[in-house]
Design a protein around this ligand. Sequence first.
Ligand code: 5GP
Length: 210
Amino acid sequence: MNKKGILIIISGFSGAGKGSVVKELLSKNDYTLSISATTRQPRDYEQHGREYFFESREDFEKMIENNELIEWASYCDNYYGTPKSFVEGNLQQGKDVILEIETQGALDIKKQFEDALLIFITVPKAQELKARLEGRGTEDSNIITKRLKRAYEETQLMKQYDYIVINDKLDKCAEDISSIIDAEHKKTVRNTHLIEEIKEQFEELLKGEI
Ligand code: 5GP
């Protein structure tokens, strides 16, 4: 029987290194990354269809209307959303699908998919977040303040996640997350078919005795 994949939601403060952690996870494991749609401007190194599908506000609003997104949220004046068919198709095929999304969208997903796995990545200290955002050099100081305020708001939602992982060292953080995913696969509720199979094997072995 083809086991359904796990829907893995990874959120974290902007600047906590989610992007690098997700890249590391994908390079070492057979996970599938969902590519979101956004109305934000591409950064220099970003490509349409690789980091994001970069859309106009008008096209994004059409996607909402046509029910093409599992969830969407407005974050720092831009829309971000998760395309539905890609995610559902991969889960059906047994793939573990990672969504790297902000908190509002994550909690929305939790309402729709009760067996989704929600993981929050944090920095060890708030001061470090500011330093990392400044060091990245891709956003001006207004945007950095906006993102820090948003991070503060997100601290209130962290407790609704299943796991909190500190990104102090990239490798360790990615390993922690893949261990969580491995453990999640072994949960009893995700293995009812296995219990049934083993039970039937015993029944076969003990034919006539039980
Ligand atoms: P950035 O502009 O730095 O790439 O992303 C800003 C925030 O939007 C990040 O927290 C990122 O995780 C989140 N984000 C990216 N894609 C999606 C999405 O499809 N839905 C939601 N809700 N958030 C997203």
